[in-house]
Design a protein around this ligand. Structure first.
Ligand SMILES: [Zn+2]
Length: 450
């Protein structure tokens, strides 16, 4: 394990089949915000558990020098598209898990817009079983709110919950109909499901390819008004407060939405939100060159909205950083800006992107880690079960981060099937160097010269 800054061409990433050999990480800084830990320990990781400063060290053992590294709980991504079933040419649970492991992410909440949609208990169980079969990451399903995501007939919320789905969403297709949304939130409250909303008044946006503003005007592209997000968040929060449901704003991206979330939280409403790395780091000006790796929905916003999002990250309004990892085949993204599909990948760069704000001293190390561990675990009401290394019910998931390592994102440093990253060519400081799932080392970044 190296601590030297590396260039991408020298890296060798290894995906390791599950192996029961324990690993000892010596003198590593352990940051576990849920357990309020930020201290140095020797950490023994094995399928039996994660132990700090063990008295007996088994043999044989894999040793990693933890000097300069952080050991943090396996990261959680609240919004991921793995495209299986139906779009396996874009990504599968297996290739997506590779991307997740390379990003330190051990738990993914998958969105239901597969084909068929994840709208039945069988479809939910398939996600769990298939990921286990391919030795993938931990999968939680945000099941479809309506049959086939058609926005007409509600799915069987009780059965979806019983199959293990913690959340409901029609991501990409917001529930526009007020009465249907009200009934959906009622059922979510009844079955203790989280409603995750892709907040977009599609009557206002027409799914147009970018945000309306100076850049869209310069490109002569009709844009979507940024207010289309806040309008829907405001409607939803009013319904949520009336019905007592738990409501989460996926990829929150405008100042107006954030104001609504912030004041709802202050009133004690059960409202949470997430921010994506691309909305935190990029603005719609990036679209000026027509590069479709800057096309996603919600689209990149103005600098004022981006700054509002960073402020919300700093003041705790944002509960979690989540990627909206949306893989597409190169040929699909090779179309014009107007015709290319929405969506960018994010699993492999999310934590590095988040560390930008740590290096800029906008958030501290504890907050950076919490935004992908304790924060999303809290949104899912799975504190103690996810996003921590400590306690009886904690998963034996851990990732090692070199917070100072400089690396450049390019096709050779991305290990998922799709390469449609908005950060290609960008240099980040901070990188995940090893990932453990269920106590087993599954990914390691090594430098042959290190
Ligand atoms: Zn969405």
């Amino acid at each position: 394990m190296t601590k030297q800054p590396l260039m991408s061409s020298q890296d060798t990433a290894q995906f390791i089949p599950p192996d029961d050999r324990p690993t000892l990480i010596t003198r590593v800084r352990v940051i576990d915000p849920s357990a309020q830990i930020d201290t140095y320990h020797d950490v023994l990781v094995s399928p039996e558990g994660i132990e700090f400063d063990p008295l007996d060290v088994p043999d044989p053992i894999v040793r990693i020098d933890g000097d300069g590294l952080w050991a943090v709980p396996g990261l959680i991504d609240l919004q991921v598209h793995f495209r299986q079933p139906g779009f396996e040419h874009k990504e599968t649970l297996e290739s997506g898990s590779r991307a997740a492991l390379a990003g330190g992410v051990t738990t993914c909440v998958v969105m239901p817009n597969t084909k068929p949609a994840l709208d039945t208990p069988e479809a939910v169980r398939f996600q769990h079983e298939e990921s286990q079969r391919v030795h993938g990451v931990r999968i939680l399903v945000a099941a479809a709110a309506t049959r086939g995501l058609a926005g007409e007939e509600l799915t069987d919320y009780g059965a979806l919950h019983a199959a293990g789905a913690p959340a409901i969403t029609d991501d990409g297709f917001p529930v526009l109909d007020d009465a249907l949304m009200e009934r959906s939130l009622e059922l979510c409250a009844e079955h203790d499901l989280l409603f995750m909303q892709h907040a977009e008044d599609t009557k206002m946006t027409g799914h147009r390819p970018m945000t309306e503003g100076p850049t869209s005007q310069a490109l002569n592209i009709e844009g979507q008004p940024a207010d289309a997000e806040g309008v829907m968040v405001e409607r939803d929060i009013a319904l949520t407060e009336k019905l007592g449901a738990r409501y989460h704003v996926l990829h929150c991206s405008t100042a107006r939405s954030l104001r609504a979330v912030r004041s709802a939280k202050a009133r004690g409403a059960k409202v949470s939100c997430e921010a994506s790395p691309h909305h935190l780091l990029l603005t719609d000006e990036a679209c000026a060159g027509g590069d479709t790796n800057f096309k996603m929905n919600p689209p990149l916003r103005s600098e004022a909205d981006r700054q509002a999002l960073v402020e919300a990250l700093m003041d705790g309004t944002v509960n979690a950083v989540a990627t909206d990892h949306a893989p597409h085949a190169s040929a699909e993204k090779a179309q014009s800006f107007a015709d290319a599909p929405f969506g960018v990948i994010g699993l492999e760069t999310a934590f590095a992107a988040l560390l930008s704000f740590f290096h800029e001293r906008k958030i501290d190390s504890r907050a950076a880690v919490a935004l992908m561990t304790a924060g999303p675990a809290g949104v899912l009401q799975r504190e103690g079960e996810l996003g921590t290394m400590v306690g009886e019910r904690a998963p034996r998931d851990l990732c090692l981060v070199d917070p100072m390592m400089k690396w450049m994102v390019d096709e050779t440093t991305l290990f998922g099937q799709a390469k449609n990253s908005p950060f290609l060519g960008r240099t980040f400081r901070g990188r995940v160097v090893a990932t453990f799932v269920d106590g087993r080392l599954r990914y390691a970044l090594t430098n042959p010269q290190g």
